[in-house]
Ligand binder design. Structure first.
Ligand SMILES: [Zn+2]
Length: 405
């Protein structure tokens, strides 16, 4: 166990009014895929505990981990252009943005620009783009593709460097990265600093409400510090002098919220999110008892899954997992599914093939590998795109069996 620093205050309202709602035991970083030559490296593990603020209902992880640690020992492996599914999602996102604001000659800064897939589309649509990313490896990929990018773990202090180099933006984008920040209030101060008065701050995050209501707990991992619902997005934005201009749900990551925020002194219109908020509240997600029941149901699901795996193994099936996303690691670690149970995982990303999962040490191979087995049972780890995955596997191996999480 590594030394631990715990969050004892709400990241939104600052009060010490935190209550534990979820405890998944010890986990390493979910995005830590280990190259073969480092397979004996010991993975740092920390308890994965989620707290709910009694006062303002903000939801956050308890153990503080350093964003720098996540990228020092092993390179970050996730790329936005990884799958056809994600490419299509970001293409639609760009179209959506172009319906909100004319992109020609607009200055757009994307925080968490990853391999630059989204900014490359926006650039083609006429915008002047800049990427900011915490991974040096990703910044390198951007530069190779002739995209303007800078290496930085974004916060208020770093925002001055970004502003000095590029000026203020018409649009700031922060998809699936705002929730990674160890200090979301400070992050928003940074966004404010680089945003023009009537500029748009647009961001997408996994919708915590959808996850817990469908018993999917695998969006919970150390890289995710804040867990967003319509309610706590509104709280934290309002507290930092932002209003909501737009909010909608979509299916990305199994359920996401897309929000456009505007500054309080902006001339643009406000958007009412009270309906979204009250729908979640009525389902009980701000009550501690909800989570007791949820964890019981998740443990029941685990028993059923282990029985299914045992059933296939008894019949000499090889059991594998499909989709080596970060979230798969929360699932594998919590359920104790290691390389003794699962022979290999498959993934289409060239950055993941040949690497091993943290803690469970399962090797990642090409999807094609599934074709060579007579008896194979595939656990669908990327459940959010299960239809696409089943189609793909059936093409590779007609006899493959499927196990659903
Ligand atoms: Zn609070």
């Amino acid at each position: 166990m590594m030394t631990q620093v715990l969050r004892d205050k709400c990241l939104c309202c600052g009060k010490k009014s935190l209550n534990e709602i979820i405890n998944l035991g010890d986990h390493s970083f979910a995005d830590r895929f280990i190259p073969k030559n480092k397979k004996n490296l010991k993975d740092p593990v920390y308890p994965l505990i989620i707290d709910l603020c009694k006062r303002c209902k903000f939801i956050q992880s308890r153990v503080i981990t350093s964003p720098k640690n996540r990228y020092i020992e092993v390179d970050y492996s996730y790329t936005s252009s990884n799958s056809e599914y994600s490419r299509s999602h970001w293409n639609k996102f760009a179209k959506f943005l172009s319906n909100q604001i004319k992109l020609k000659n607009k200055k757009i800064i994307e925080i968490g620009s990853n391999d630059g897939y989204l900014i490359s589309i926006l650039k083609k649509m006429g915008a002047e783009v800049v990427g900011v990313d915490a991974s040096k490896f990703m910044v390198k990929i951007c530069k190779k593709n002739k995209l303007n990018a800078v290496h930085s773990v974004f916060n208020f202090k770093e925002s001055f460097n970004v502003k000095k180099k590029f000026g203020q933006a018409d649009v700031v984008i922060a998809n699936n990265v705002f929730n990674h920040s160890n200090d979301p209030n400070n992050f928003l101060k940074g966004v404010k600093n680089i945003l023009k008065k009537n500029g748009l701050f647009i961001f997408e995050q996994p919708n915590f409400a959808v996850g817990v209501l469908s018993l999917k707990f695998d969006q919970i991992y150390h890289e995710h510090v804040s867990y967003f619902t319509s309610k706590n997005i509104k709280s934290i934005l309002n507290q930092n002098k932002f209003n909501i201009n737009y909010m909608s749900k979509n299916d990305y990551h199994g359920g996401s919220l897309r929000t456009i925020a505007i500054q309080k002194n902006s001339n643009l219109n406000k958007f009412n999110v009270n309906n979204l908020i009250s729908r979640d509240r009525k389902k009980g997600i701000y009550k501690i008892n909800f989570y007791r029941k949820m964890m019981k149901k998740i443990d029941q699901k685990k028993e059923i899954l282990l029985k299914k795996i045992a059933y296939y193994k008894k019949q000499n099936y090889t059991v594998v997992g499909v989709g080596a996303a970060a979230k798969a690691n929360t699932f594998l670690t919590y359920y104790g599914l290691n390389n003794m149970v699962i022979k290999f995982l498959t993934d289409s990303s060239k950055f993941k093939k040949g690497k091993l999962t943290p803690v469970t040490r399962i090797i990642i191979k090409d999807d094609q590998k599934i074709a060579s087995y007579k008896k194979i049972a595939c656990i669908i780890l990327s459940w959010n795109i299960s239809n696409l995955i089943i189609k793909k596997i059936k093409k590779l191996n007609k006899k493959a069996k499927f196990i659903f999480t």
